[in-house]
Design a protein around this ligand. Structure first.
Ligand code: BES
Ligand code: MN
Ligand code: ZN
Length: 495
């Protein structure tokens, strides 16, 4: 997708499709008013004929308006003018892209110039670029290619001349987030026989080469040397060798403590000996979406050349049953020295993350954020809209909540109270790896918190947000927008 920032008079713009916003109650935007003038009230007439009210998401196509250079004008409902926000702007743009007829290769819109409370050009342009990249994403499906109409290739964003500098900045940020999201989706959507721990290791090396990151891909022997007994307990049952990936983007001051991102990289979760039921088990290929989001964030900050120190840690393996697999009742010794009684081998995410959290200590981080498709219980608690957020530091939690709000990639904070810790008691080790059905996503976070005592830490449970099921099955690339927005904010604060 190619974007451009333009300050041409909209009616003179040669394009396949010009988007024109209409507020609810048939209220015209400035662009709609000026086109209405040029065309001898063609827009008012079309609206009056009852075809369109301006309800959010509604659209109406007009062709060959005299005095307008664009081949088509797509009227787009924006909803109530007084409720117009960055969120409704995104939704309207998404609806417009969906409604733009097949064969439209170039499209233009003044949406970035629509007034939105508490928002600026930079944010609006970033949001539009992100939505366009998200909406035009196509899965690299392994099947016969059908002849399809030419896809949308160019989007021109119309802004006032004096806004074009800010618009450029916004465009860069929006595109980087969009590319990061696409990378996270690509990795998530790959079949698990291709997207193995070895494959992820190779992708990390490739990404590092493209953007100049430091990279280490540790193999099983290295992981043994580090005494990551908990991580090793999960990979035991699998024929695929594990990897522990360390990515480093060091573009801040040398003395600046890094933000460490830890992504759960289970490339397939069968449950292990505590085998999962068969229905929908294919979706457990998405159990590496935390890892995929770390890749996506690195792509975005690499593209942006963000002046910040960021470390990415990815423990990655499969969770399989076999004669060698860890059994319920087995006790593992984690890298921290704490011992864990494995009561359910399907609670494996926390077992690979806890060793990565211990490994994170060596970076003396300013903050550690782990991202994991950790618990089905989080989906029960919050559904598929927000990611679950847990933190041992309220100021870090607030920054992440704000970033999610700004990026429209929201999280919702859940409690991490000591009251829940007792559910992890074990008679045979320092802790059990499960805490019963009650508050399942909270006890999972409590488990992790025991390994994150030495720094400010947050945990994002993305079990409900990382992918969609059903007819639209596919990875979402979340929470890349939240994380990049947080890191951009961090970089701004540190300059
Ligand atoms: N990867 C799953 C969590 C999951 C399940 C995410 C379904 C999205 C949809 C995780 O490893 C897991 O199996 N968790 C168990 C924990 C339980 C055994 C305490 C769960 O949620 O059932
Ligand atoms: Mn599991
Ligand atoms: Zn899992």
């Amino acid at each position: 997708m190619e974007f451009s920032i333009k300050s041409t008079a909209p009616e003179k713009l040669r394009t396949d499709c010009l988007l024109v916003g209409i507020y609810e109650g048939r209220k015209l935007t400035d662009l709609a008013k000026s086109l209405d003038e040029v065309t001898g009230k063609a827009i008012t007439l079309a609206l009056k004929s009852g075809d369109m009210e301006g309800k959010s998401g509604s659209t109406l196509i007009l062709r060959q308006l005299s005095g307008v250079a664009a081949t088509r004008v797509l009227l787009v409902g924006l909803g109530k003018a007084e409720e117009f926000s960055l969120r409704t702007l995104r939704n309207a743009f998404r609806a417009a892209l969906k409604a733009s007829p097949a064969g439209v290769e170039a499209l233009a819109t003044d949406f970035a110039s629509l007034p939105v409370k508490k928002s600026d050009i930079r944010a609006k342009v970033a949001a539009l670029a992100e939505v366009a990249l998200d909406a035009s994403y196509q899965v690299n499906a392994i099947k016969e290619k059908k002849a399809e109409p030419k896809p949308l290739k160019q989007i021109a964003l119309l802004v006032n001349k004096e806004d074009s500098g800010a618009a450029d900045t916004g465009l860069q940020q929006g595109q980087s987030v969009g590319h990061g999201v696409a990378m996270a989706k690509d990795l998530g959507n790959l079949p698990p026989n291709i997207c193995t721990p070895t494959y992820l290791g190779k992708q990390a090396e490739k990404l590092a080469k493209d953007y100049g990151f430091k990279v280490e891909v540790l193999e099983e022997a290295d992981i043994e040397k580090l005494k990551m007994g908990s991580f090793l307990g999960v990979t035991r049952g699998s024929e695929e060798p594990p990897r522990f990936i360390v990515l480093q983007h060091l573009k801040g001051k040398k003395s600046q403590k890094p933000v460490v991102l830890v992504g759960k990289g289970i490339t397939f979760d069968t449950g292990g000996i505590s085998l999962k039921p068969g229905a929908d088990m294919d979706e457990m290929k998405y159990d590496m979406c935390g890892a995929a989001s770390v890749f996506g964030v690195f792509k975005a900050i690499g593209e942006l050349d963000l002046p910040l120190n960021v470390v990415g840690l990815i423990p990655t393996c499969e969770n399989m049953p076999s004669g060698k697999a860890t059994k319920p009742g087995d006790v593992l010794t984690s890298m921290s020295g704490l011992t864990i009684e494995v009561l359910n081998t399907d609670a494996e995410g926390r077992l690979i993350l806890c060793d990565a959290l211990t490994y994170a200590e060596r970076f003396e981080p300013s903050a550690v954020i782990d991202i994991a498709t950790l618990t089905g219980a989080c989906v029960i608690a919050l559904g598929h809209h927000p990611s679950g957020l847990f933190a041992n530091n309220d100021s870090l939690a607030k920054k992440l909540l704000d970033a999610g709000e700004k990026a429209q990639d929201r999280a919702w904070q859940m409690p991490l109270w000591d009251d829940y810790q007792g559910q992890l008691d074990s008679n045979f080790a320092d802790m059990a790896n499960i805490g019963g059905r009650a508050g399942g996503s909270i006890t999972a976070a409590c488990f992790l918190s025991r390994f994150a005592k030495k720094y400010d830490w947050a945990h994002l449970d993305i079990a409900g947000t990382a992918w969609k099921s059903g007819k639209e099955k596919g990875a979402t690339g979340r929470p890349v927008p939240l994380l990049v927005t947080y890191l951009v904010q961090q970089a701004a604060e540190k300059v």
